[in-house]
Design a protein around this ligand. Structure first.
Ligand code: MLT
Length: 205
């Protein structure tokens, strides 16, 4: 679907009362990528899945980067606010309650930036393979926001220190953070799906 300010897919809820999800793909993904993950971790939830507007060698992303792991913070800020505006638009268009982000890699990074810069845009989020993109991020009040951080012990892109730093900054902002380091790399595994599903059911994982 190309209406609204981002090309996106929308699947209406099949069951009332479940949190709607904002699905945010990784570099080179698109709006179709995370629909199966969304259906698996919260069957029956409404799914809103935008496509990143930036192209890196033809690969969609949610913000431009200078190199792998090197970010232009002004760009990250601008794109996070742009996506937060889309969330407002889409919630109105589809009559949705507060969205929980489920982001992978670049999608997890933009979700973290949205939580730090426009906290009211999300109820919380499952951030799969997220890293620090904003060195001078504000410390908003994230009280009541549930955040799941799943990192890979042998992730070649994100060091364990970097993931721990992101968890610390979200905890400083008083978010309810659950963080796990899984015995894997950057790619998602069945354990990511299982842990995120349990977290969605509001179980401590
Ligand atoms: C990013 O650029 O957001 C991170 O390096 C993750 C990635 O997309 O590779």
């Amino acid at each position: 679907m190309t209406s609204l300010s981002f090309t996106h897919r929308y699947e209406a809820a099949l069951t009332e009362g479940l949190p709607p999800l904002l699905l945010l793909h990784g570099t080179g993904g698109n709006e179709d990528d995370l629909l199966p993950l969304g259906r698996a971790i919260s069957p029956g939830s409404a799914l809103l899945s935008p496509r990143g507007k930036v192209l890196e060698n033809g690969m969609p992303r949610f913000f431009r980067r200078l190199a792998e792991g090197v970010f232009d913070e002004d760009e990250v800020r601008m794109r996070a606010l742009e996506l937060a505006d889309f969330v407002v638009e889409a919630r109105e268009a589809y009559g949705l309650g507060e969205l929980t982000a489920v982001g992978f890699s670049n999608g997890a990074n933009i979700a973290a930036a949205m939580l730090l810069l426009r906290p009211e845009s999300l109820a919380g989020g499952a951030l799969l393979r997220a890293m620090v993109t904003l060195k001078n991020a504000p410390i908003p009040d994230l009280t009541g926001k549930r955040i799941l951080l799943l990192s890979g012990a042998s992730d070649p892109i994100i060091t364990p220190d970097n993931a721990a730093q992101l968890a610390a900054s979200l905890r400083d902002a008083k978010a309810d953070v659950v963080a796990h380091t899984l015995p894997t790399g950057h790619g998602l595994t069945q354990q990511d799906v299982t842990l995120t599903h349990q977290w969605m059911l509001n179980k401590r994982t």
